[in-house]
Design a protein around this ligand. Structure first.
Ligand code: NAI
Length: 391
């Protein structure tokens, strides 16, 4: 996608540290803006942005953006993008499958069969149809799980901190306590935040139905695993499926230990909820699309660092992308410069938030015309301009 858009792409096989990244970016030929694509391990710090003023955009080819200093990116007008929906379906599918695996105690029986034991019994085995699934966090993943679970005949209840449209016949519940008390299965789909850290501890687990199941495919610090272990050992919780842990090994093949190891109906997976070929392809597509749109059309839709300007595809006209400090008089200065130049404004789109503004101005006239280039240079040199491009 990038090459088709005329971008010259340089690849590095592994993550780079701060110095390596600065050297690699500084070593790129030419003086055009530079766009950086990273995975989760490469950190884009304020020092990197300071050292490479050409850096105009960062595409995080992953879900999270913790590895980018977003405040520094915003202050310097660097547009950062990620792929927030890329693995939604993968996580939702797996969670739905796990609900059945837990209810039928498949994993303990598989382990027995693998060891050569015929553990045939109907005891403690249930259908999921007619059971209640409680979803904590009804965002992208939570709402997809809701749809899939209903298709299995489950009753879905959910809680969220913001009002959400219930999918199908799902019902919002008045608070976590009620949800825990009503649900046969509780599945967590909240982000990592102050409000979700330690959200499910001993007190919350005690409020769950006797014999209920807990699924955590969200973030590792949401559940107190020691408390969960005690509840499983006492039989209050019938089983759990967990993909995320308070501390996780750095690389594939590393040793792993967890408070939940050695328990019967517990399924532990190595943070692979979103690890599918489809999710990887989606990541490439979503981030690639965002970078191309920013590069070619000046759009910042989906940016996690800058206000979002949604722009149509550029056709005949030239366009200015001006990222500026949002201070009184900034727009009148820009419009004054345009008026002075005699170039007609075909369209203008602006998004601001607090201290920063993104303005895309479509101008009648070719981007190579002397008038348009001179106008662009004049706007670029305004003291309010943080970053500027003639597209
Ligand atoms: P999302 O942002 O679409 O949804 C999260 C929802 O949780 C939002 O609706 C939000 O309002 C709600 N929420 C926030 N704080 C809450 C609170 N204290 N109580 C109740 N609800 C609260 O996020 P998405 O894409 O659905 O992802 C959910 C989680 O799944 C995230 O933690 C994400 O990191 C994790 N995830 C895990 C993967 C894995 O491989 N296991 C892969 C992808 C995402």
């Amino acid at each position: 996608m990038l090459e088709n858009a005329g971008v010259s792409v340089t690849r590095h096989g592994a993550g780079l540290d701060e110095h390596g990244l600065i050297d690699a970016l500084r070593g790129l030929p030419g003086s055009e803006p530079v766009f950086l694509g990273i995975r989760s391990k490469t950190r884009v710090t304020a020092a990197v942005m300071e050292a490479v003023p050409r850096l105009a955009g960062v595409g995080a080819f992953c879900i999270g953006t913790d590895q980018i200093d977003l405040e520094a990116a915003r202050a310097r007008g660097v547009a950062a993008f990620n792929a927030p929906f890329s693995s939604t379906r993968s996580v939702a599918e797996l969670v739905t499958g796990l609900i059945i695996m837990l209810a039928r105690r498949i994993f303990p029986r598989d382990r027995a069969a693998q060891r050569g034991l015929w553990d045939k019994s109907a005891k403690g085995n249930y259908e999921v149809r007619g059971k209640t699934l409680g979803i904590v966090g009804y965002g992208h993943i939570g709402s997809q799980v809701s749809v899939l679970a209903e298709s299995l005949g489950m009753h879905v209840r959910f809680v969220d901190v913001v009002p959400k449209l219930p999918m199908g016949n799902a019902n919002v519940v008045d608070g976590l306590e009620q949800l825990l008390a009503q649900s046969d299965f509780v599945s967590l789909h909240v982000p990592r935040s102050e409000s979700t850290r330690g959200m499910i501890g001993a007190a919350e687990i005690a409020k769950m139905k006797e014999g209920a199941y807990l699924i955590n495919y969200s973030r590792g610090d949401v559940v107190d695993l020691g408390a969960l272990r005690s509840a499983i050992e006492s039989g209050q919780i019938a089983g759990a499926a967990v993909d995320v842990y308070p501390t996780e090994p750095a690389s594939a093949g590393d040793a792993f230990s967890s408070a939940l190891q050695g328990l019967d109906n517990v399924i532990l997976t190595p943070h692979i909820g979103g690890s599918t070929a489809e999710a990887q392809a989606n990541i490439g597509r979503e981030v690639g699309q965002s970078l191309v749109s920013f590069l070619v059309d000046g759009g910042t839709t989906g940016s996690v660092s800058l206000p979002e300007v949604d722009v149509p595809q550029r056709k005949q006209h030239s366009r200015l992308l001006n990222i500026h400090r949002n201070v009184p008089g900034v727009l009148s200065k820009i419009n004054h410069a345009i008026a002075e130049s005699g170039v007609n404004i075909v369209g203008q789109r602006l998004a601001t938030s607090d201290d920063i503004g993104v303005l895309v101005v479509e101008l009648a006239g070719d981007e190579n015309s002397e008038t348009v280039t001179a106008l662009s240079d004049a706007i670029a040199s305004l003291d309010t301009t943080v970053r500027h491009r003639l597209l």
